[in-house]
Design a protein around this ligand. Structure first.
Ligand SMILES: Nc1ncnc2c1ncn2[C@@H]1O[C@H](COP(=O)(O)OP(=O)(O)OP(=O)(O)O)[C@@H](O)[C@H]1O
Length: 278
């Protein structure tokens, strides 16, 4: 479980987090959605002990990240946005170094690495140099590395950034599997479909604040199920309707140039913040 109260962070004069309140229960897959600069990475860096908060409190499975930082760190694994693997070493060697950092005994380390490589479907690449792997496979190595010490909470910072759509979907499958096996997941993304597909609940982050937090279907339902877009000289105009029939009725007899579609999380984000996520 993650419990955050009034979490704040300033870098010099920049206020990255302006007071975040949040509880993520055990076993949930929680998504933090926002555009570049909203404060997603800062939140993860604070929770995983990579940077210090400037106000508020945060607990990971009841361990305060400030007063019980070692215990708090043991609760969590981190998949960072940057691929910080050693390209000159093999997949197995990269994981082995990490296991040594956690002081895992050699036999246990070997078994755990073999099991994890199987879990992320990389067994056949265990002796490949990391620099020879595609972006999607490197992400899998990062995920295996983050899981090595059996964390109960996994932080994923933009886990599919820069990947092709089909590779992205395979990573989504892996993330779902990790959740189903009992790990709490905190994921940041600026991909709407990722949050919509994966998350039990999603928070909309804007300029260091949470402006909405709920299940994706509820955030969408608040606007209505269907949208009509019209491309006008002044830009795109959109109207929302509770159902398809109401949207069709509203379009009847109007000029062409209207498009009927389902409402998505991007609409909900735009309605809350006046901004687009991407
Ligand atoms: N080390 C730092 N020094 C100064 N300012 C920083 C630092 N790290 C982040 N910031 C600023 O804090 C704010 C939040 O940044 P953060 O990286 O958390 O956003 P983000 O939502 O993760 O965006 P991105 O998707 O680009 O990583 C931004 O205004 C950013 O410029």
């Amino acid at each position: 479980m993650i419990q955050i109260e009034n979490l704040q962070k300033t870098y010099g004069k920049t206020r990255a987090l302006a007071g975040i309140d949040l509880v993520v229960p055990e076993g949930e897959l929680f998504a933090y959605l926002g555009p570049n600069g909203a404060g997603k990475t800062t939140t993860i860096r604070i929770l995983t002990g990579l940077t210090q908060l400037t106000g508020g409190t945060a607990l990971l499975n009841a361990h305060d990240i400030r007063t019980r930082s070692r215990a708090a760190k043991r609760q969590c694994g981190l998949v960072p946005q940057q691929i910080n693997l050693d390209g000159e070493l093999t997949v197995r060697e990269n994981l082995d170094i990490h296991g040594r950092l956690f002081a895992m005994p050699a036999t246990k380390r070997k078994q755990r690495i073999a099991g994890l490589l199987d879990y992320v479907e990389l067994s056949d690449r265990s002796d490949s140099l990391v620099k020879q792997l595609s972006g999607g496979l490197k992400r899998r190595v990062l995920i295996a590395r983050a899981l090595l010490h059996h964390p109960r909470i996994l932080f994923l910072d933009e886990p599919t950034v820069g990947l092709d759509a089909d590779i992205r979907r395979r990573i989504w499958g892996l993330i779902k599997k990790i959740q189903q096996d009992g790990t709490t997941i905190f994921l940041t993304t600026h991909y709407i479909e990722e949050a919509e597909f994966l998350a039990d609940r999603v928070a909309f982050l804007d300029e260091g604040r949470i402006v909405a937090l709920d299940r994706p279907d509820r955030l969408i339902a608040e606007l209505g199920g269907w949208a009509v877009d019209q491309l006008a000289d002044s830009g795109m105009k959109t109207w929302y309707y509770p159902d398809r029939e109401a949207a069709r009725d509203a379009m009847a007899g109007r000029d062409t140039g209207f498009t009927l579609r389902r409402v998505n999380l991007e609409d909900a984000y735009l309605a809350q913040t006046g901004k687009k996520v991407q």
